[in-house]
Design a protein around this ligand. Structure first.
Ligand code: DC
Length: 225
C-alpha cells in the first residue's frame, strides 16, 4: 500500500514542530518529530556524563542506548530513553546544544536512520527535521523548507521559554540560535540545506494559521488528499 510522506525541513525556531503537527492532524497523517529523537540521544550523553562534543564517547554509548517513540491519541509524540518517558526532559536549552552536537556524527545519524524510514514505510507521515527531504526521505511526495528570519525565530523562542517559566534574555536566545544554525548548516554529515525540489516557505510575516493554510495548499497541490 502506498504511503504518503511530507518532509518539513528548516532551521530551529521556524515553528516546524507545531506547524507540522497541526498539518498532520488536519490530513490524518502521523506526525514525526525527528529533532526529538536527536534530543533523546543528546540527553543520553548528558546523563551518562559523556561530553556531547566527544564523538568517540558518544558513539561508544550508542549500543547501550535504547531510543523509542510512541504517539498518544492526541498526536503528541512521546520519547523514551531506555524505557523512561523523557518527553519533557529533552526540551531544555542544555539538551538543545547536546542534540546539535551529537547530530553531527555519522554514527548517530546512521543509528537513527532506519527507525525514521520505517515509520514512513508503514504510515502516511509528516516528518520534520533538517535532512528529511535531502537524506532520510529523498523521494518524499512533498517537501517544504520552512524558514523565518533569525530575529523572528529568536523572538518566538524567547516567548516560548518565558511561557514555560524558564525565561532567557532575547539577545542570549538569538546568539544561541545563530550558533546552532551555523553548526547545523556547516557540519559535514547531512547539513541543513534546502532540497532542490522543496518548496521554500518563509513565515516571518505569517501568522500560525496563515502558515498552516500555505502548507496545506502546497500539500494538496502535490498529493491527492
Ligand atoms: O528541531 P530540534 O531543535 O528539536 O532539533 C534538535 C537538534 O537536532 C538540532 O540541532 C538539529 C538536529 N537535527 C538533525 O540534525 N536532523 C534532524 N532530522 C532533526 C534534528
Amino acid at each position: 500500500m502506498k504511503h504518503y510522506s511530507v518532509a518539513i525541513d528548516g532551521p530551529s525556531g521556524a515553528g516546524k514542530s507545531t506547524l507540522a503537527r497541526a498539518v498532520a492532524g488536519k490530513f490524518g497523517f502521523l506526525y514525526v518529530d525527528t529533532g526529538a529523537i536527536y534530543r533523546t540521544v543528546g540527553l543520553s550523553a548528558l546523563r551518562a556524563g559523556v561530553d556531547p562534543k566527544d564523538a568517540g564517547a558518544v558513539t561508544a554509548l550508542l549500543p547501550e542506548t535504547r531510543v523509542e517513540l510512541s504517539h498518544a491519541d492526541d498526536g503528541l509524540q512521546h520519547m523514551y530513553l531506555n524505557g523512561e518517558d523523557v518527553t519533557e526532559q529533552i526540551r531544555t536549552p542544555e539538551v538543545s546544544m547536546a542534540a546539535s552536537a551529537v547530530a553531527a556524527y555519522a554514527s548517530v545519524r546512521a543509528f537513527l536512520m532506519d527507525a525514521q524510514r520505517d515509520l514512513a514505510k508503514t504510515h502516511n507521515v509528516v516528518m520534520d527535521g533538517r535532512d528529511i527531504g535531502t537524506v532520510v526521505l529523498p523521494d518524499a511526495d512533498v517537501k517544504i523548507f520552512l524558514t523565518a528570519s533569525a530575529q523572528e525565530r529568536a523572538w518566538r523562542r524567547t516567548l516560548e521559554l518565558s511561557k514555560r517559566g524558564t525565561p532567557k534574555p532575547y539577545e542570549e536566545v538569538l546568539a544561541e540560535l545563530e550558533a546552532r544554525d551555523r553548526d547545523d548548516a556547516n557540519r559535514t554529515e547531512a547539513p541543513l540545506r534546502q532540497a532542490a525540489d522543496a518548496v521554500r516557505l518563509d513565515n516571518t510575516q505569517l501568522t500560525f494559521q496563515e502558515t498552516v493554510d500555505a502548507m496545506s495548499e502546497i500539500i494538496q497541490g502535490r498529493i491527492d488528499v
